[in-house]
Design a protein around this ligand. Structure first.
Ligand SMILES: Cc1cc2nc3c(=O)[nH]c(=O)nc-3n(C[C@H](O)[C@H](O)[C@H](O)COP(=O)(O)O)c2cc1C
Length: 165
Protein backbone atom coordinates (compact mmCIF):
# COMPACT_ATOMS: atom_id res chain seq x y z
CA UNK A 1 0.00 0.00 0.00
CA UNK A 2 1.33 3.44 -0.93
CA UNK A 3 2.54 5.60 1.93
CA UNK A 4 0.17 8.52 2.69
CA UNK A 5 2.91 11.13 2.19
CA UNK A 6 3.74 9.81 -1.28
CA UNK A 7 0.06 9.78 -2.14
CA UNK A 8 -0.13 13.49 -1.26
CA UNK A 9 2.80 14.19 -3.63
CA UNK A 10 1.25 12.12 -6.41
CA UNK A 11 -2.25 13.55 -6.19
CA UNK A 12 -1.66 17.27 -5.49
CA UNK A 13 -2.80 19.47 -8.39
CA UNK A 14 -3.31 23.19 -8.64
CA UNK A 15 -6.96 23.95 -7.89
CA UNK A 16 -8.62 27.04 -9.35
CA UNK A 17 -12.30 26.37 -8.56
CA UNK A 18 -13.39 26.30 -4.93
CA UNK A 19 -16.51 25.58 -2.92
CA UNK A 20 -17.85 28.41 -0.77
CA UNK A 21 -17.16 26.49 2.51
CA UNK A 22 -14.66 28.32 4.71
CA UNK A 23 -11.32 26.81 5.73
CA UNK A 24 -11.13 26.91 9.54
CA UNK A 25 -8.59 29.02 11.38
CA UNK A 26 -7.24 25.81 12.94
CA UNK A 27 -6.64 24.27 9.50
CA UNK A 28 -4.95 27.43 8.23
CA UNK A 29 -2.71 27.43 11.31
CA UNK A 30 -1.78 23.77 10.72
CA UNK A 31 -0.84 24.56 7.13
CA UNK A 32 1.32 27.55 8.06
CA UNK A 33 2.90 25.55 10.86
CA UNK A 34 4.21 23.21 8.13
CA UNK A 35 5.35 26.17 6.01
CA UNK A 36 7.55 27.54 8.79
CA UNK A 37 9.33 24.15 9.05
CA UNK A 38 10.60 24.26 5.44
CA UNK A 39 14.32 24.02 4.72
CA UNK A 40 16.05 27.44 4.63
CA UNK A 41 19.63 28.40 3.77
CA UNK A 42 21.74 28.96 6.92
CA UNK A 43 18.45 28.58 8.85
CA UNK A 44 17.63 32.26 8.19
CA UNK A 45 13.84 31.60 8.03
CA UNK A 46 13.15 34.89 6.18
CA UNK A 47 9.44 34.14 5.70
CA UNK A 48 6.26 35.82 6.83
CA UNK A 49 2.75 34.69 5.92
CA UNK A 50 -0.37 36.85 5.53
CA UNK A 51 -3.66 34.93 5.69
CA UNK A 52 -6.39 36.85 3.87
CA UNK A 53 -9.95 35.74 4.61
CA UNK A 54 -11.79 39.02 4.02
CA UNK A 55 -13.66 38.75 0.67
CA UNK A 56 -13.08 42.44 -0.06
CA UNK A 57 -9.32 42.15 0.48
CA UNK A 58 -9.09 38.95 -1.59
CA UNK A 59 -10.92 40.67 -4.45
CA UNK A 60 -8.42 43.55 -4.29
CA UNK A 61 -5.51 41.05 -4.39
CA UNK A 62 -7.12 39.09 -7.24
CA UNK A 63 -7.70 42.23 -9.29
CA UNK A 64 -4.02 43.19 -9.04
CA UNK A 65 -2.79 39.80 -10.36
CA UNK A 66 -2.71 38.77 -14.02
CA UNK A 67 -3.48 35.05 -13.71
CA UNK A 68 -4.92 34.83 -10.22
CA UNK A 69 -8.44 36.23 -10.62
CA UNK A 70 -9.83 33.04 -9.02
CA UNK A 71 -8.26 34.15 -5.70
CA UNK A 72 -11.43 36.24 -5.26
CA UNK A 73 -13.55 33.06 -5.09
CA UNK A 74 -11.38 31.07 -2.66
CA UNK A 75 -12.29 31.35 1.04
CA UNK A 76 -8.69 32.14 1.99
CA UNK A 77 -5.48 33.29 0.34
CA UNK A 78 -2.01 33.03 1.86
CA UNK A 79 0.52 35.62 0.71
CA UNK A 80 4.09 34.39 1.26
CA UNK A 81 6.73 37.09 1.74
CA UNK A 82 10.44 36.77 2.43
CA UNK A 83 12.93 39.31 3.70
CA UNK A 84 15.32 40.20 0.86
CA UNK A 85 18.12 37.82 1.89
CA UNK A 86 20.56 35.93 -0.36
CA UNK A 87 18.38 32.82 -0.70
CA UNK A 88 14.98 34.43 -0.25
CA UNK A 89 13.53 32.90 -3.40
CA UNK A 90 14.67 29.35 -2.63
CA UNK A 91 13.53 29.63 0.99
CA UNK A 92 10.18 31.13 0.08
CA UNK A 93 9.63 28.55 -2.64
CA UNK A 94 10.31 25.71 -0.18
CA UNK A 95 7.79 27.23 2.24
CA UNK A 96 5.28 27.63 -0.59
CA UNK A 97 5.61 23.97 -1.58
CA UNK A 98 5.11 22.95 2.06
CA UNK A 99 1.86 24.93 2.06
CA UNK A 100 0.60 23.19 -1.10
CA UNK A 101 1.42 19.74 0.26
CA UNK A 102 0.17 20.37 3.81
CA UNK A 103 -3.08 21.72 2.37
CA UNK A 104 -3.49 18.62 0.21
CA UNK A 105 -2.82 16.37 3.21
CA UNK A 106 -5.63 18.16 5.07
CA UNK A 107 -8.03 17.83 2.13
CA UNK A 108 -7.70 21.49 1.10
CA UNK A 109 -7.10 22.56 -2.50
CA UNK A 110 -4.55 25.23 -3.41
CA UNK A 111 -2.67 26.83 -6.29
CA UNK A 112 0.71 28.58 -6.50
CA UNK A 113 0.13 32.00 -8.05
CA UNK A 114 3.28 33.98 -8.85
CA UNK A 115 5.04 35.65 -7.27
CA UNK A 116 8.49 37.05 -7.38
CA UNK A 117 8.87 37.79 -11.12
CA UNK A 118 5.62 39.73 -11.52
CA UNK A 119 5.42 43.49 -11.89
CA UNK A 120 2.58 43.63 -9.34
CA UNK A 121 4.64 42.43 -6.35
CA UNK A 122 5.06 45.89 -4.85
CA UNK A 123 1.34 46.66 -5.23
CA UNK A 124 0.48 43.51 -3.24
CA UNK A 125 3.11 44.36 -0.61
CA UNK A 126 1.65 47.84 -0.10
CA UNK A 127 -1.97 46.61 -0.14
CA UNK A 128 -1.18 44.15 2.67
CA UNK A 129 0.82 46.67 4.70
CA UNK A 130 4.01 44.58 4.49
CA UNK A 131 7.18 46.52 5.39
CA UNK A 132 9.61 47.57 2.64
CA UNK A 133 12.38 45.07 1.96
CA UNK A 134 10.08 42.05 1.85
CA UNK A 135 9.54 40.22 -1.45
CA UNK A 136 6.34 38.56 -2.53
CA UNK A 137 7.07 34.88 -3.26
CA UNK A 138 3.60 33.53 -3.93
CA UNK A 139 -0.12 33.96 -3.46
CA UNK A 140 -1.87 30.73 -2.51
CA UNK A 141 -5.67 30.50 -2.63
CA UNK A 142 -6.96 27.79 -0.27
CA UNK A 143 -10.36 26.11 -0.32
CA UNK A 144 -12.31 22.89 -0.73
CA UNK A 145 -12.03 21.81 -4.32
CA UNK A 146 -14.75 22.09 -6.93
CA UNK A 147 -12.69 20.39 -9.67
CA UNK A 148 -10.41 17.37 -10.17
CA UNK A 149 -7.77 18.31 -12.74
CA UNK A 150 -5.75 15.44 -14.18
CA UNK A 151 -1.94 15.53 -14.15
CA UNK A 152 -0.13 16.68 -17.27
CA UNK A 153 3.37 15.67 -16.31
CA UNK A 154 6.49 14.51 -18.13
CA UNK A 155 7.17 10.83 -17.43
CA UNK A 156 9.80 9.54 -15.02
CA UNK A 157 11.83 7.93 -17.83
CA UNK A 158 11.91 11.26 -19.67
CA UNK A 159 13.28 13.28 -16.76
CA UNK A 160 15.52 10.82 -14.86
CA UNK A 161 19.09 10.39 -16.15
CA UNK A 162 21.34 7.78 -14.54
CA UNK A 163 25.03 8.70 -14.13
CA UNK A 164 25.03 11.02 -17.20
CA UNK A 165 22.39 12.90 -19.19
C1 LIG B 1 6.35 29.94 -9.86
C2 LIG B 1 4.96 29.52 -10.23
C3 LIG B 1 4.05 30.47 -10.62
C4 LIG B 1 2.75 30.12 -10.96
N1 LIG B 1 1.86 31.09 -11.27
C5 LIG B 1 0.58 30.77 -11.55
C6 LIG B 1 -0.37 31.79 -11.83
O1 LIG B 1 -0.07 32.99 -11.80
N2 LIG B 1 -1.66 31.42 -12.09
C7 LIG B 1 -2.04 30.10 -12.11
O2 LIG B 1 -3.22 29.82 -12.36
N3 LIG B 1 -1.15 29.09 -11.84
C8 LIG B 1 0.14 29.42 -11.56
N4 LIG B 1 1.05 28.42 -11.27
C9 LIG B 1 0.61 27.02 -11.22
C10 LIG B 1 1.07 26.23 -12.46
O3 LIG B 1 0.32 26.64 -13.56
C11 LIG B 1 0.88 24.73 -12.17
O4 LIG B 1 1.68 24.35 -11.07
C12 LIG B 1 1.27 23.89 -13.39
O5 LIG B 1 0.35 24.09 -14.45
C13 LIG B 1 1.30 22.39 -13.06
O6 LIG B 1 0.06 21.96 -12.56
P1 LIG B 1 -0.08 21.24 -11.15
O7 LIG B 1 0.41 22.19 -10.09
O8 LIG B 1 -1.54 20.94 -11.02
O9 LIG B 1 0.74 20.00 -11.20
C14 LIG B 1 2.36 28.76 -10.92
C15 LIG B 1 3.28 27.79 -10.51
C16 LIG B 1 4.56 28.16 -10.15
C17 LIG B 1 5.53 27.11 -9.67
Amino acid sequence: MENDVLKVFRTRRCIRKFKKDPVSKETIEKIIDCARLAPTAVNVQPWEFVAITSPEKRKEVADITQHGKFIADAPCCIAVFCKDTKYYLEDGSAATENILLAAKALGVGSCWVAGDKKEYTESIRKLLNVPEGYKLISLIPLGYTEETPSPKKRSLSEVLHWENW
